[in-house]
Design a protein around this ligand. Structure first.
Ligand code: ATP
Length: 227
């Protein structure tokens, strides 16, 4: 079997340590994701889902434990290098698309590539290819406000994958869509995961969608248990 792309080992996170409001959110959490694997993360509200996704995506640091991406221990890296790994190797999708309103769909996918050092021509070609993959090529030159919710979210997937990350972290990526649109958009996400061979951790409350992924893990008491 291939080596894990994303590995979390013994992750601990405590908010307000030593104070009356101390909360031990993550208590020795372990997680391992391989290339091409989609894992559903199910968590009751307040269980620490956002904390876990932020730590896995290098937006926050754990109080103890290790985060490895592509086998490399992230806590040993200088901040600048960790930021570079996050830009290149991690894609995020949120419940709301967060596309830049003044730019077109294609431009929203080009910009993160330019920030990552891709040449403009190659970035445009990649944007066009991704938009075609998720079936919104004909909306490339529209701004987000002129797109439907499902189209906006598909563009957000394309943006997340623009730099060919190894890891995709998604937080309720279809949570604000109606059931039929959610189903279609989720299908587009899974196609991208399969085609690109990335490792995806997808937080969702929707058990029907969760069960279409390779595994379900549940965040319970600060650790992950099989869903
Ligand atoms: N910066 C912070 N300082 C103090 N406590 C925090 C902080 N961030 C989160 N918490 C607390 O830690 C716990 C886990 O928060 P987190 O946002 O990770 O939960 P969640 O599972 O994502 O919740 P939801 O699904 O409702 O968004 C909550 O009790 C929250 O109030």
């Amino acid at each position: 079997m291939s080596d894990p792309v994303l590995e979390l080992k013994g992750i601990e996170k405590v908010y307000n340590p030593g104070q009356p409001g101390e909360i031990r959110v993550l208590r020795g959490l372990d997680l391992s994701l391989r290339a091409g694997e989609a894992v559903a993360l199910v968590a009751p509200s307040g269980a620490g889902k956002s904390t876990l996704l932020h730590i896995a995506g290098l937006l926050d640091t754990p109080d103890a434990g290790e985060v490895r991406i592509g086998g490399e221990a992230m806590q040993d890296l200088p901040d600048r290098r960790r930021t570079a790994v996050r830009r290149a190797d991690v894609g995020f999708v949120y419940q709301f698309h967060h596309l830049l309103p003044e730019f077109t769909a294609a431009e929203n996918i080009v910009l993160p590539q330019l920030a990552n050092g891709t040449a403009p021509g190659a970035a445009k070609a990649r944007a066009a290819e991704l938009l075609a993959t998720v079936g919104v090529a004909d909306r490339a030159n529209h701004r987000p406000a002129a797109l439907s919710g499902g189209e906006q979210q598909r563009v957000a997937f394309c943006r997340a994958l623009a730099n060919r990350p190894r890891v995709l972290l998604a937080d309720e990526p279809t949570g604000n869509l109606d059931p039929a649109t959610s189903d279609r958009v989720f299908g587009a996400l899974m196609d991208l995961v399969r085609q690109t061979g990335l490792a995806a951790l997808v937080a969702t409350h929707n058990m029907a969608l969760a069960e279409r992924m390779d595994r379900v893990v549940r965040l319970d008491g600060g650790v992950l248990v099989a869903g």
